[in-house]
Ligand binder design. Structure first.
Ligand SMILES: [Zn+2]
Length: 227
């Protein structure tokens, strides 16, 4: 059994460059345990890594990733609930102060939900999991009045906001929010531009964060080299 060479090379680069800078932080975290302030719930998508996007150090983010950054509503059955277990750990034991649900553009999970809607032969897992966004889909309509890309973006954003409602169905989340000890935030990352947006409940809209520092889009490949 061998690691792919890409991972071995990446680990060597980590040991050579990053570990020396972070060594004391790792040692302290091993000794005292983690105490992250922020939980991030984001998609498995390989383009949307919260540690990269938020330039995070070890111990700073408690991250849960799943297809389309969803949280099922509170349902204390005997089943195994991975997301709910992580949420319980973050809120009850680590006592994080913020939970950020980060949706993103070009989400394959959201696209699968739209493309598979009404399909007679649902797959084993994705369609069932993605049925969690049905309430968000209802809130944005059927998309007949807009182009497909805009519709998917609206659904990706509405789903992140609707997930905050599911989070509030957990009694210990609601309690800490109402006590002012926990803040729930919906965010949205645009893969193509790197733009980050945060939902403003007062405006019922997403607003850009740090947009003034975004680099301009790359020049097309056919453009002449800059002089
Ligand atoms: Zn996704």
């Amino acid at each position: 059994m061998k690691l792919p060479s890409r991972l071995v090379d990446g680990y060597r680069a980590f040991v050579a460059h990053r570990l020396p800078l972070e060594r004391s932080r790792y040692e302290k975290l091993a000794e005292t345990g983690q105490k992250p302030e922020v939980m991030v719930i984001c998609c498995c998508d390989s383009r949307v890594s919260p540690e990269v996007i938020f330039d995070a150090h070890p111990g700073e983010l408690f991250v849960v990733r799943n297809v389309a950054n969803l949280v099922p509503p509170h349902s204390p059955t005997g089943f195994t609930h991975g997301v709910s277990a992580a949420l319980e750990f973050a809120v009850q034991l680590l006592e994080v102060g913020h939970i950020v649900v980060m949706g993103h553009s070009h989400c394959g999970g959201v696209r699968a939900y739209v493309e598979h809607r009404g399909r007679p032969d649902p797959g084993d897992f994705i369609d069932n999991w993605m049925s969690l966004i049905a309430p968000a889909a209802k809130s944005v309509g059927d998309g007949a009045d807009t182009n497909r890309a805009d519709y998917l973006r609206r659904l990706e954003q509405a789903s992140a906001v609707a997930t905050l409602t599911n989070l509030m169905s957990f009694p210990w989340v609601r309690n800490r929010v109402e006590q002012g000890e926990l803040q729930l935030i919906a965010a949205y990352f645009d893969v193509g531009s790197g733009a980050l947006m945060v939902y403003d409940p007062a405006l019922a809209a997403f607003a850009a964060v740090g947009a003034e520092e975004l680099p301009r889009a790359s020049a097309p490949a056919s453009a002449p080299p800059a002089r």
